[in-house]
Design a protein around this ligand. Structure first.
Ligand code: ADP
Ligand code: TZD
Length: 562
């Protein structure tokens, strides 16, 4: 005989799942124990949101759905933020939650942790399934995996009521009921006429631009994308998580002339990037409305992404690997002329000017440190260890790191993503360490770090090579706000001079304070060389930075006297 517990584990193992990001409790405690016994790795967290974020990051980093396992109602809800965030970011993950008895939940008779979890999860993920019979577990796992990774990736919810786990069935029939998913993320070839339309538009461009998004990083078409950029000679801009797809030091990177190229380009090819708020919806001043209309080519696996904000003249629907390969074949077949020299020359000129300005700012050594002088250290550390993974959250800490810290390899930068969500820091760091075995550097604002700070215990418990650098400027954005009415401190201000380093020490990790770039450099080098869990409390000038970083204008009261 077999039972629900074993069928769940066997179904996951059959599909190559190796790690569960979990938090035990009724009714899944035994499932986590059995999982360990069956050879799965169980990474047990202190709060489900971080287990969920870890599963989401694992999904992005590996292309396979990361699995998060939680208890019912409150545990499920804690994991739900991560599931919704994964779906928003197009990361594949599966949230598996135990749930209470259907008969009692549906009659609202007040079961232990009663909640209609399936109904609540549905609008927040790509697909949601509930399993009532042990014989259906195999089908449910197969559908969950396929839903998470096929087409546009996203989050999937799997509801497993407590009673399911102890249901028994014949072992041979149970084994036969499991499904090994064949080709879970099938290639989707673009239509030949759509390829020709895109090529024609690109060929006629005077000021072309390629925009690489995190979909391009996720697609693992690194060589094809590099070939496309280099064969066409078109300047490109990476979105934050597409940094490193080509090294940021690449001569065709237009990142240091971002506003100029967005404003001036006449044909823009989006590769796995949406025209959402992060790209000013493709219109307005940022996009040089005054310089005439632009034409867009968009490569995306989701057909309904097209025309979401502006007209897409050449939609190219398919997986990025197949689409870019088709473009490369078309380019190789014809006589391809590089973009006009006045375009690339004008970009180079602006890049040089902006880069020299940046070098001068980075060279300054103010006391206390500011974002620039501290990030200059991180920049050099990543240059020396391009295989390290950079996790990044905060406001100013995020914006400045994105522009200052060059990335050299694909999928080495994971951050706040489409929602600009705080709290991904430690969950993402745990997954990055577990899934890749590489050193992880988490650069977090002090507010951002606070959302997941308790997971430093998890990092210590599993002895993960994570170096957390908390940019401590005493508050949300800055530490200088004053409550005009007196009394309590202002809502954005924290305890001054907080010792985040002691949090890591509390669990046996290394905790250090760094007040200068030299101290930060030494502490980071030591952390990476030793692989020991480390938290560096980097003291940053509390007057540095701006409210909300670069998106200060999104505050509804921007410009209003407060
Ligand atoms: P960014 O924030 O970096 O601009 P987005 O998350 O907005 O990126 O966009 C990612 C896009 O990539 C989504 O529209 C998604 O449908 C698409 N995408 C994800 N994976 C693939 C893939 N393998 N092939 C094609 N498109 C993909
Ligand atoms: N809650 C969640 C889940 N996500 C958010 N983005 C916010 C609140 C609002 N918020 C931001 O957008 S940035 C930020 C908050 C609270 C923190 C900024 O302070 P910090 O970073 O200390 O992390 P800097 O670098 O000092 O600006």
């Amino acid at each position: 005989m077999t039972d629900g517990f074993h069928l769940v584990l066997d179904g996951l193992k059959l599909n190559g799942v190796e790690t569960l990001y979990a938090l035990p409790g009724i009714p899944i405690t035994d499932l986590t124990r059995m999982a360990q016994r069956e050879g799965l790795r169980v990474i047990s967290f202190r709060h489900e949101q971080h287990a969920g974020n870890a599963a989401a990051a694992a999904g992005f980093l590996t292309g396979k759905p990361g699995i998060c396992l939680t208890v019912s109602a409150p545990g499920f809800l804690n994991g739900l933020t991560a599931l919704a965030n994964a779906t928003t970011n197009c990361f594949p993950m599966i949230l598996i939650s135990g749930s209470s008895e259907r008969e009692i939940v549906d009659l609202q008779q007040g079961d232990y942790e009663e909640m209609d979890q399936l109904a609540i999860a549905k609008p927040l993920c790509k697909a949601a399934f509930r399993v009532l019979h042990a014989a259906d577990i195999g089908v449910a796992i197969a559908r969950a995996i396929r839903s998470a990774v096929s087409g546009r990736p996203g989050g999937v919810y799997l509801d497993l009521p407590a009673k399911l786990f102890s249901q028994t069935m014949d072992a041979a029939a149970g084994k036969a009921s499991l499904i090994k998913v064949v080709d879970p993320a099938p290639r989707q070839l673009p239509a030949p006429d759509a390829v020709q339309r895109a090529l024609a538009l690109l060929r006629g461009a005077k000021r072309p631009l390629i925009l690489l998004g995190k979909g391009a990083a996720y697609a693992r078409a690194d060589d094809e994308i590099r070939a496309l950029v280099e064969k066409t000679g078109i300047p490109y801009l990476p979105m934050s998580m597409a940094k490193g797809l080509l090294p940021d030091t690449h001569s065709q990177s237009a990142a240091a002339a971002r506003s100029y190229v967005l404003e001036q380009a006449d044909v823009v090819m989006l590769v796995g990037a949406r025209l959402n708020w992060l790209l000013s919806h493709g219109k307005g001043k940022t996009w040089g409305a005054a310089h005439g209309p632009k034409q867009f080519i968009q490569i995306d696996i989701s057909p309904t992404e097209m025309d979401s904000n502006v007209a897409i003249a050449a939609p190219l629907v398919g997986d990025i690997g197949s689409c870019v390969a088709a473009l490369n074949a078309g380019i190789a077949a014809g006589n391809w002329a590089k973009p006009p020299a006045d375009w690339t020359g004008a970009i180079a000129e602006r890049k040089d000017k902006n880069q020299s300005k940046m070098e001068a700012t980075l060279a300054a050594n103010p006391s206390p440190m500011n974002f620039h002088s501290a990030l200059n250290v991180v920049r050099k550390i990543i240059k020396a260890r391009p295989d390290a993974i950079l996790v990044n959250e905060g406001a100013n800490t995020l914006d400045f790191a994105r522009s200052i810290v060059d990335m050299y390899e694909p999928r080495k930068r994971i951050d706040v993503g489409t929602w600009g969500i705080m709290g991904i820091g430690m969950g993402f760091s745990v997954a990055a360490a577990v899934e890749t075995g590489k050193p992880v550097i988490a650069v977090c604002g002090d507010s951002a770090f606070g959302f997941s700070g308790m997971e430093v215990e998890t990092i210590c418990r599993y002895k993960l090579p994570v170096c957390v650098v908390v940019f401590n400027n005493n508050g949300v954005y800055k530490g200088t706000d004053v409550n005009a009415a007196g009394g309590d401190v202002a809502p954005t201000v924290f305890v001054k001079g907080a010792r985040y380093d002691l949090m890591m020490q509390a669990f046996g990790g290394v905790g250090v304070t760094a007040a200068t770039p030299a101290e930060l450099d030494a502490a980071m080098k030591e952390a990476i060389a030793s692989g020991n869990p480390t938290l560096i409390n980097a003291i940053i000038d509390e007057t540095a930075g701006t409210e909300s970083g670069r998106i200060t204008g999104l505050n509804p009261t921007a410009g209003v006297k407060k």
